[in-house]
Design a protein around this ligand. Structure first.
Ligand code: XBP
Ligand code: MG
Length: 253
């Protein structure tokens, strides 16, 4: 049956945002007088640490600084992350980034079919708000019955905390929902919460392990970016429609 709700991850799933995050981290380091600059290779490694503040702290501890310097740098994590979030918000509100293919389409299809919407993300709430308003318009925040972000739960992905909180706010059982994710941490988080998960990897996560996904697709697809047929799933259209989603969900249940 059609899932009662679709719960979206944000970074990498709604949009391919991590390059904008990486540049914002590097901009914050410069503004705070640090000569740190995360290359794309550095960042691909660091992305396994979920949460920007946790990522900066992990990086500082990896520098093997003397304890006094390490303590001094760690005291800067919160202000650094605040600057980073401001820089990231500016870059996203410029409208330079679009949603991944098929995301806008399936959100509108879900609304038309009475399928509820939720967001379960590790990123900061302001980042969710600026991405949704700059890509879907300011009313779009109201389309989501639950938005749970970053520090709103004790533990970040792969902990299931964020998905548990969304399920609580939606007042729905896990098996009646479906999650969309891009990373292994996100897949593990959704699955530990008992939610079947469809994965659309992005450039930063394409080499992750996704065996537990109920469906693995390169993207959700739309008219401009049709999906080719997939060996283990036949589509009614060359994209994942709500009807296809219901079939994939039944298979997973
Ligand atoms: C991805 C993350 C976030 C972002 C950075 O979140 O792990 O930490 O990389 O955002 P998700 P912050 O895939 O769960 O949406 O600096 O705000 O944490
Ligand atoms: Mg993600």
């Amino acid at each position: 049956m059609t899932p009662k709700a679709i719960i979206f991850d944000v970074d990498g799933t709604l949009a391919d945002t991590e390059e904008q995050h990486r540049r914002a981290f590097n901009g914050a380091f410069s503004r705070h007088g640090f000569d740190w600059q995360w290359s794309t290779d550095d960042y691909k490694e660091l992305l396994t640490i979920t949460g920007g503040k946790e990522r900066i702290e992990y990086f500082i501890r990896s520098l093997n600084l003397c304890s006094s310097r390490e303590i001094e740098c760690l005291s800067d994590v919160i202000p650094l992350h605040k600057t980073k979030t401001t820089l990231y918000s500016h870059s996203i509100s410029s409208g330079e980034l679009r949603l991944r293919s098929g995301v806008n389409r399936i959100i509108l299809e879900a609304l038309e079919h009475g399928v509820r919407l939720g967001i379960a993300t590790t990123t900061s709430l302001t980042n969710v708000e600026v991405l949704l308003t700059s890509t879907l318009g300011k009313d779009s925040l109201r389309w989501f019955d639950s938005i749970v972000a970053g520090d709103m739960v004790p533990n970040k992905k792969p902990s299931p905390d964020v998905y548990h909180q969304v399920l609580k706010q939606l007042n729905l059982p896990a098996r009646e929902c479906v999650a969309f994710e891009d990373s292994r941490n996100g897949l593990l988080s959704a699955n530990q919460a008992g939610i079947p998960c469809i994965v659309t990897p992005c450039q930063w996560t394409e080499d992750h392990e996704f065996t537990e996904a109920c469906l693995l697709l390169p993207q959700l697809g739309d008219v401009e970016n049709p999906l080719s047929a997939y060996e283990n799933f036949s589509f009614s259209q060359p994209w994942l429609s709500i009807d296809d989603l219901a079939r994939a969900h039944r298979r997973a249940a």
